[in-house]
Design a protein around this ligand. Structure first.
Ligand code: HEM
Length: 385
């Protein structure tokens, strides 16, 4: 078993590949995870019987849907939302109490994620509370592996999305026109060699699958990321000072955020299935084997990061794989980065010092979820003497 977060790594006992009792192969090594993620022909993403666009697709089908999705998530398009995300983050932080404990994931992470999401998709602001309730329920169901509750949650989520699709089919508010990502998703055409024009509109089932991927993935990962970032800033003064120094340089700030996510990656794993027998790290994996790519362990592989807890953004950047690798690499990286930079800027500019709360204690999330269940910090009104 490999060292987890905050356990000193031992390169001589680090196993790049392990096989767990359920006959699942877990890839922990940095080079090995990249090798699997970059080899979709042998490590297929078709791991679920449910339609998952684009993450559950392979080959040309993946490429066609991926091209469509990148139109929505490319930097030119999402950079336009930076002022909105900064406004949301500043408003939320200015409303937080000073000098008393606050649970930062629920007070900032989840709310920022939901408001930013509703903003860029053009969803009704009234969805904020139902989405927050849904996130809480989904998290609890995932933590307890309650399959029935997860299925009910998925159905509730799909119904919410279907309602928004119908609303966007109707007239825009105040006699205007729809100008958001959601309305573009109704009009966009996917490449399809079987259709007469070579392109066709999406079906509602495909739209819901795409939105489920964006929304469910986005909300959870942004909220959890705010938790691990704030916790490290509050618990390690040297990191807090370094992050404050980076506020004047956007790129340096983003490299700092990426490094905090590498040190304590809340987005732990993704699945693959082998299409043929494969040799990896000296071991023979059979065909049709379940494989887990462990991004969080790979980001702490002691052969690549000899001191994985050390904060060295510039050194780590070229090897940072928090957002994945290969053809399925995260297309939402810019969107996530803008939201996280807005959160960090609002927190650090909004108060002179942040520390961990004495009580309540922060609680780590339980597998399969990464990051924290609760991260308690205090926004101080003065710097420590
Ligand atoms: C801190 C936040 C985030 C992290 C750490 C993260 C991480 C990742 C990783 C590691 C993958 C690769 C999955 C694989 O190879 O199987 C991925 C894929 C993906 N991410 Fe993110 N993500 C984040 C935020 C977002 C956001 C904001 C969006 C969009 C709104 C998004 C949309 C997606 C999609 C659609 C895929 C699947 C891509 C494909 O299959 O081609 N992610 N993400």
């Amino acid at each position: 078993m490999n060292a987890g977060k905050n356990t000193p790594p031992n390169p001589s006992t680090f196993s790049p590949l392990t096989r767990d009792p359920g006959d699942v192969w877990v890839v922990h090594g940095h080079a090995e995870v990249i090798a699997c993620a970059s080899d979709p022909e042998r490590f297929s993403s078709r791991v679920s019987r449910h339609l998952q666009i684009p993450n559950g697709l392979d080959g040309d089908e993946h490429r066609r849907f991926r091209n469509l999705i990148e139109q929505f998530l490319n930097p030119q398009r999402v950079n336009g939302y930076q002022p909105l995300f900064e406004y949301v983050a500043e408003t939320l932080v200015s409303g937080l109490p000073r000098s008393s404990p606050i649970e930062i994931i629920s007070r900032l992470g989840s709310r920022l994620a939901v408001r930013a999401q509703c903003g860029w998709l053009g969803w009704a602001p009234e969805l904020e509370q139902p989405l927050l309730d849904w996130m809480k329920d989904h998290r609890e169901a995932a933590r307890t592996n309650d399959l029935k509750r997860l299925a009910l949650g998925a159905a509730r989520f799909d119904a919410m999305v279907q309602d928004e699709i119908e609303r966007h089919r109707g007239p825009a508010p105040q006699g205007g026109t729809w100008t958001d990502a959601m309305s573009d998703l109704l009009a966009v055409r996917v490449e399809d060699p079987d259709s007469a024009e070579g392109r066709r509109l999406l079906t509602d089932k495909e739209r819901i699958s795409i939105l489920r991927n964006w929304v469910a993935g986005d909300l959870g990962s942004i909220a959890d990321s705010v938790g691990v970032i704030a916790h490290q800033i509050a618990s390690r003064p040297e990191i807090q000072c370094e992050m404050r120094n980076r506020l004047s340089d956007r790129h340096a700030l983003i490299r700092g955020i990426d490094e905090l996510l590498r040190i304590d990656d809340p987005f732990l794993t993704n699945r693959r299935i082998t299409t043929c027998p494969v040799k990896l790290s000296g071991q023979q994996i059979p065909a049709k084997a379940k494989v887990i790519l462990h991004w969080a362990d790979a980001g702490r592989d002691p052969r690549v990061f000899p001191n994985p807890d050390s904060f060295e953004p510039e050194r780590s950047a070229p090897k940072n794989i928090v957002y994945g690798a290969g053809p399925h690499i995260c297309p939402g990286r810019t969107l996530a980065t803008i939201q996280l930079a807005a959160a960090v800027r609002a927190l650090l500019s909004g108060c002179p010092w942040i520390r961990l709360a004495d009580t309540p204690n922060s609680r780590r999330a339980q597998l399969p979820t990464g990051g924290f269940e609760e991260a308690w910090i205090v926004l101080e009104q003065d710097t420590p003497s």
